[in-house]
Structures are given as C-alpha cells and as structure tokens.
Design a protein around this ligand. Structure first.
Ligand code: BGC
Length: 382
C-alpha cells in the first residue's frame, strides 16, 4: 500500500527523507551518486556534491544525525566527500600541472589534462563522450569546503585538503578564460557567467583557507571581465558572453560568503527579476533557460528551491515559503524529490526522446534534496 504524507507533517518528513536519501547514497569512498536510479547519473559530480556537502554542513548544526563517533552524521559524511574530492584532484596533479604550464605559455587546455565533471567512487571516469570539461565544479567544491572548515572549526587544514585547494585554485586561475561546458553540461564553446561566478567564489574561499594564496588579482580580473563582457543589453548578468539571455544558474552569482555579488546588489536584483520574468514557470518551478529541451525543458524542482534560497538571502521569507511548498508538492509517495517536473514544459516534443535515452526524470536527485535542506536551514526559526 502506498502511504501519502499528511500535509502537516510534510516538512518534517521531507527533511528526514532528504537526510536519508543523501546519506544512503554516499559511496564507500566518499562520493555521492547524483541519482541512484538513473544509470547516467550513477557518478559523483564536484558540483552536485559541493551543494550536498554544503547542505549537510548546515543541517548538522541544528539537526544532528547521530553517528557512532559521537559527531554529527552529516559532518562525518561531508568530511568524507571533501576527502574524496581532494583525492581525485591530488591524483591528477601531473595533468593539472601540465594544463597550468600550457596556459602560462598561452596554449588552451587539452581534455586529457583537465578535471572531469563526474567520477566513479573509486576515481575512474565514465564512458567517453560526456561533456567533461566544466570549471564550475572545482570552484564550488572549494567554496563548500570553506564553509565546512568554518562550521566544524577544522584548523589546521588537513595536508591533503590544503594541497588539493592550492592545486584547484592554480588550475582555475590558469584556465578561467577558456570556454567550457556550463553547469548544465551544454554550450561547450562559450564562456559562461555562472561558471565564472563559481570560480570567483572558489578562489575567494581558497584564499580564506590558505591566506598566502595569490588569487586576488585573478578575482579582480574575473569581476572586471564579467562587468565588461558578461552583461545583457538590458543590464542583467548574461547566461554566456554575447548572449542576450539569462539562465537560472545565475543564482550562483549570489553564493554566500565569497559570491560575486551581494544578494541585494542592483545587478543581482535585475538578473533575478529577468529570471522570474523569463523562467519562472506557471505554478512556481523554474526553467533552466528559454532554449531548454532536456526532458522537454520542464520546471526544475531544484531551481524552485534555489530561488527560494535566494529569497531567504534578501529577507523575502514569504516568497521562499511559497516556493518551498511548491517543491514539497512534487515529492513522490516515498518523499523523493526529482530534478524537474513535466507539469509545465517549454518543449514537450523532446520529452519522450530523453526518456528513451536515459529513463524517467532523475528521482530522487540528491542535489534537489540538498537544496531542500539549505532552504529549511535558512527558514529555521523564521
Ligand atoms: C545537470 C547537471 C548535473 C547532473 C547530475 C545534469 O543533467 O545538467 O547540472 O550535475 O545532471 O545531477
């Protein structure tokens, strides 16, 4: 028999279910499966994991999941993920050094010497042909690690973590100008503003973790580049250089602590206003961008929650709650939250093709559950 959650208990149950989905899908080596039910997503991404670990870092403050070592289960899990990322990066030290040297000589990166977007838990890579060169992930990882270190008061930084942070920062500083795939794994020939914002935040976090790192000149260059080349004619942050289009991933520009823009910066407000105008779906989910055809370009539960998170950052808790409730209404009978919903699609004719290729829409998506925990944390006591 399928039991439906009773509405009054929904938030509590979904909170618990989110912890459970995430912790159950952490792999022995520390990676998190993006989604356990979709074969193409049975890998760990730096990006998804960074948000998952960030969510657990915050969630562990007030809702400790008991752990045999007496610490919060969430912090133990996030710590294992950070160790996994550091291992992946340090294992590729030679390749990354070659990319850094090439960039210093004015040469573009070659795929074999860059970080992949997704890895198997033991460090292997997936089948060829995936859009692997993505620079937001390592930046987001360092950003997430800094929050972890701060909350858990982990000083000094473990040696392997410090080595990986330093390596990731030098790699990002060397290659940030080159085109790469965006966080949706699309448009590999463009330079994306959300990717630059993730690198910007990652470099800021790296300097916080290792104060001797010389990253401020690069951060200043990235900011100036965005302001010169990364705006739409209407004065919003653009999806990519040269495009008069926004993307919901630009919410990344207002990441807490080391973000490119303060949440209430007029440029951020203008950008979010256009995201709401162009991408807020009827009934509240958020589309990724106006040209989206992935699974028909549905409304993303993940992005509805991300917008809710942003609303908490500008103090609009009522709007955040409305968006949160919309997301909650898309939990299935087990309390699983999907990546997106097909209720409102931009390009419905593409839906069936994706189902044939990859199976049903990813559900549960750990990153969506992470955003859920982040919003719950931000609404705590409000
Ligand atoms: C999304 C990525 C995500 C991956 C795993 C892709 O479809 O575009 O942002 O990292 O799924 O969740």
């Amino acid at each position: 028999m399928v039991t439906r959650f009773r509405p009054q208990h929904l938030s509590k149950l979904l909170h618990h279910r989110s912890q459970q989905v995430i912790l159950d899908n952490q792999q022995p080596g520390g990676g998190y499966l993006a989604c356990p039910t979709m074969p193409d997503y049975q890998f760990s991404w730096f990006r998804d994991g960074a948000f998952i670990a960030y969510a657990l870092t915050l969630d562990g403050i007030y809702h400790m999941v008991p752990h045999r070592a007496g610490m919060s289960g969430q912090w133990d899990s996030a710590g294992k993920f950070h160790t996994w990322c550091a291992r992946i990066i340090n294992d590729r030290a030679g390749a990354l050094e070659r990319t850094i040297a090439r960039a210093a000589a004015g040469q573009p990166p070659v795929a074999a010497d860059t970080l992949n977007a997704r890895y198997r838990d033991e460090g292997g890579v997936g089948p060829m042909g995936w859009p692997e060169f993505q620079l937001d992930g390592p930046g987001l990882w360092v950003w997430s690690l800094a929050a972890y270190v701060e909350v858990c008061r982990l000083h000094p930084l473990p040696v392997a973590w410090a080595q990986a942070v330093e390596r990731a920062a030098r790699y990002l500083a060397a290659v940030w100008r080159y085109p790469c795939y965006d966080c949706w794994e699309e448009r590999g020939s463009d330079v994306h503003i959300s990717t630059l914002a993730a690198i910007y935040a990652g470099l800021g976090a790296a300097r916080h973790l290792i104060p001797t790192l010389e990253v401020e000149p690069t951060r200043a260059e990235i900011r100036a580049f965005i302001l010169d080349h990364g705006l739409t004619p209407g004065g919003e942050l653009a999806k990519s250089v040269g495009l008069d289009m926004v993307d919901a991933n630009l919410l990344l520009a207002a990441l807490p602590d080391y973000g490119l823009l303060a949440p209430d910066d007029p440029l951020m407000r203008r950008t979010v206003a256009r995201i709401e105008r162009d991408l807020l779906a009827e009934g509240h989910g958020v589309h990724r961008h106006v040209e989206d055809t992935y699974y028909g370009g549905g409304a993303w539960v993940l992005l509805g929650l991300w917008l809710a998170w942003y609303k908490t950052q500008i103090g609009d808790f009522a709007a955040a709650r409305t968006l949160l409730e919309w997301a909650e209404a898309h939990a299935d009978a087990e309390g699983n939250l999907p990546e997106q919903t097909r209720a409102v699609m931009l390009a419905p004719s593409y839906y069936a093709g994706w189902v044939e290729q990859r199976g049903e829409i990813a559900n549960p998506l750990l990153w969506t559950h992470a955003e859920y925990l982040i919003v719950q944390h931000a609404l705590q006591g409000r």
